[in-house]
Write a protein that binds this ligand. Structure first.
Ligand SMILES: [Ca+2]
Ligand SMILES: [Ca+2]
Ligand SMILES: [Ca+2]
Length: 456
């Protein structure tokens, strides 16, 4: 049986404090369209009889044109008593007019007020970001359920109300740490282990990996705390498959089927089937028949399956489920838009997204020299069992995949009937070339949230 591990590069989360707070940004404020008359900015030629021009044209169109005021830069604001097709062109054609343009209504850009948002470079920086703010003018994830098949959920103020009921698919009591096999409570009980356990020589604290992944997808925005999720009005279905020492192919396969609305023996039907599944997990080897059938089953129900490429700086073709047919495999990029040093690559990768780097390639695991270049999201500070909610930077293809899952949720909230094939096609068609380098191949390039959402 293949043993899956989470594919974040994580270390010592519990020992570190919450991210630094910074001043809030401008609040989101959309000015309503009051239905006022059509409005133009007209540059008249020097000495032109403006009044005569507007009276003549108004009579021709049966509207009243009024010269409201002159602008500091010389144009005149001209209003029409009602919207009238052809008026702009007719104004332009007048001999008295130098130029004319519609007095376009502008809006406050939908930048959230969350205090840690300025640290989410992965959303908005021109080089390494994926252009999320432009997408928020078009969609925020409303009505979409995203399944996070991972370590389970924790209590966090930036995820309150975002978690749906979910399920715990871990069959082994020792892996689950909740005293039994599968159950209806997907609470993350912690995946810490001692030195010598899980095939590792050194001990590790709990990762709260599923909480971090969920925050990137759908952390609450504009609530005055922490970070913003990409699809902050979507809901998260927590499906627990990873515990102490990872999880099994068999549990993950059942979880994929159930999360997408399929039936699993012994498990109540899922009342909230997910149109998007995030799998920030993997193991080495071929895509086995069990995983293949589970993914086919989800895709056949219209669910898009997003998968981390893996963190071995190797060809993703050697890692499952990254190498499975029908999934969107995501490589990780750094803040400069290069393939992250740990990210897998190759022709099985469909797109790339920020996974960040909290340390340099030359530094040993556990070092954190550049946490500001990692991916900031929701977490917990408990070393073993859950402690307090915090915000923390991780790096990994585990962090890249939920960026894409979040964008897919935005796409589906705008256009709910998109098929998985249409989703992939749009993601790739509107990705941009990797700004830096990606030896080995990063698919169609870095996902562009605004361009992709606008196109669907
Ligand atoms: Ca259990
Ligand atoms: Ca449980
Ligand atoms: Ca927030």
């Amino acid at each position: 049986m293949n043993r899956f591990r989470l594919v974040a590069v994580v270390s010592g989360a519990a020992a570190l404090a919450a991210a630094t707070l910074v001043a809030p940004g401008p609040a989101q404020a959309r000015v309503p369209d009051g239905g006022e008359p059509e409005q133009y900015i007209v540059q008249f030629k020097a000495g032109a009889d403006r009044g005569a021009a507007l009276r003549t044209l108004g009579a021709r169109f049966g509207v009243v044109l009024t010269d409201q005021r002159e602008l500091a830069v010389g144009g005149h604001v001209v209003t029409a008593s009602r919207r009238t097709a052809g008026l702009l062109a007719a104004l332009q054609a007048r001999g008295e007019v130098e130029s004319v343009e519609p007095d376009t209504r502008m809006y406050a850009l939908a930048t959230p007020n969350d205090p840690n948002y300025p640290q989410q470079w992965d959303y908005f920086e021109p080089t390494g970001g994926i252009n999320v703010p432009g997408a928020w003018d078009l969609a925020t994830g409303t009505g979409v359920t995203v399944a996070v098949i991972d370590t389970g959920k924790t209590t966090h103020p930036d995820l309150n109300g975002q978690w749906l009921a979910g399920y715990d698919f871990i069959s082994s009591s020792a892996t689950a740490r909740d005293g039994n096999g599968r159950d209806a409570n997907p609470q993350d009980e912690g995946d810490w282990y001692s030195a010598g356990e899980c095939g590792q020589t050194t001990a590790e604290t709990s990762s709260w990996h599923g909480t971090h992944v969920a925050g990137t997808i759908a952390a609450l925005a504009n609530n005055g705390v922490g970070v913003a999720g990409i699809a902050y009005n979507a809901k998260i279905l927590p499906v627990r498959v990873l515990g102490k020492c990872g999880g099994t192919t068999s549990d993950i396969a059942d979880a994929i089927v159930w999360a997408s609305g399929g039936s699993v023996s012994g498990v109540p039907a899922n009342p909230n089937p997910a149109k998007v599944i995030n799998l920030s997990l993997g193991g080495s080897g071929a895509c086995g028949v069990t995983t293949r059938l589970a993914i086919n089953s989800a895709v056949s129900r219209g669910t898009t399956v997003v998968v981390a490429a893996g963190n071995s700086n190797a060809n993703a073709s050697g890692f499952t489920p990254a190498n499975c047919p029908g999934v969107v495999t995501v490589a990780a990029t750094d803040r400069d838009g290069n393939r992250a040093f740990y990210s897998n690559f190759g022709t099985t990768v469909e797109v790339a997204a920020p996974g960040g780097e909290v340390r340099l390639e030359t530094e040993p695991a556990g070092t954190r020299s550049t946490p500001q270049n990692g991916i900031l999201s929701t977490l917990n500070d408990g070393a073993t069992t859950p402690g307090n909610p915090i915000y923390y930077t991780y790096m990994g293809t585990s962090m890249a995949a939920p960026h894409v899952a979040g964008v897919v949720a935005l796409m589906l909230s705008k256009h709910p009937s998109l098929t998985p094939a249409q989703v992939l096609s749009a993601l790739q068609a509107h990705a941009r070339p990797i700004p830096g380098t990606c030896s080995g191949g990063c698919g169609a390039g870095l996902v562009d949230a605004a361009a992709t959402v606008a196109a669907v």
